[in-house]
Write a protein that binds this ligand. Structure first.
Ligand code: ZN
Length: 259
């Protein structure tokens, strides 16, 4: 089911591509592209990180817009945005408050788990509106987070750096990667991250209004140590989804914030 949307999604990400190419003298081509991409990302962030005034989220996640949206930094000490083209195509904007909540949450995670790396997936456009193919993500209050993975009890990152294709990875209903069941979702860490996000959100006068994760994975999420705390919390994890939306939430989880 996921692959029906592959082409459309890939095209939408790349429609006004900010990808770079070319070589610089004496630097291998691949390294040169990396350097060019890094400087394009840096330039894009400096142009779009925004001012000190507040953002305004209008309407709803599925029919809304964003005023004075702020771009997330591409990376920090323990987090990275998942796809350069998506970033340069302006799909990593959020409400100012959500930006602060994310950055403070990653600081807190770094204190607790100094070696763990996290990946952020798509957010919103600078002015919000439809972010194809997402139904929501329209007013700067929705963020997709990559599922952290484990292999033999240790963090596993080999699937985290494939860019937009990450949305098309498939996991079974026990949270194991379909092509290598030794790789599995770290549900305990997802629950821990959600609890931190909601705690920090509340310090900013916000809260998590909704978490979307493939419904068949909820049992696995709630069975973990932090999952039990998540289940006892007021954080709402959706009960049922349409088959298409459900199928897309096995390699990332979606969070909506609310004022
Ligand atoms: Zn989403």
């Amino acid at each position: 089911m996921k692959f029906t949307a592959l082409f459309i999604f890939a095209s939408s990400l790349l429609s006004c591509s900010g990808q770079t190419s070319g070589t610089t003298k004496n630097i291998p081509e691949r390294d040169s592209i990396k350097i060019e991409e890094a400087s394009a990302v840096e330039l894009f962030y400096s142009k779009n990180k925004g001012n000190d005034s507040a953002s305004k989220s209008l309407g709803t996640e599925s029919n809304g817009s964003l005023i004075n949206g702020k771009l997330l930094p591409f990376s920090g000490p323990n987090f990275t945005y998942f796809d350069t083209s998506s970033y340069l195509n302006g799909r990593a904007f959020v409400n100012q408050n959500v930006k602060e909540i994310l950055l403070e949450s990653y600081q807190e995670l770094a204190k607790d788990l100094p070696r763990r790396k996290f990946f952020i997936m798509e957010c919103s456009f600078k002015n919000g509106g439809r972010l194809y193919p997402h139904r929501t993500h329209q007013n700067g209050l929705s963020v997709d987070f990559m599922m952290p993975l484990l292999q033999n009890g240790a963090p596993y990152y080999a699937l985290d750096t494939i860019g937009k294709d990450h949305y098309f990875l498939e996991f079974n209903n026990q949270g194991q990667y379909s092509k290598d069941t030794s790789v599995s979702i770290d549900f305990n860490l997802i629950a821990r991250q959600l609890l931190i996000l909601d705690k920090v959100a509340r310090l900013h006068g916000m809260m998590i209004s909704k978490v979307i994760i493939k419904t068949e994975l909820k049992d696995e999420l709630y069975a973990t140590e932090y999952g039990k705390l998540l289940r006892a919390s007021k954080i709402y994890v959706v009960q049922s989804l349409t088959p298409v939306v459900n199928a897309f939430h096995d390699e990332h989880f979606h969070v909506d914030f609310l004022f």
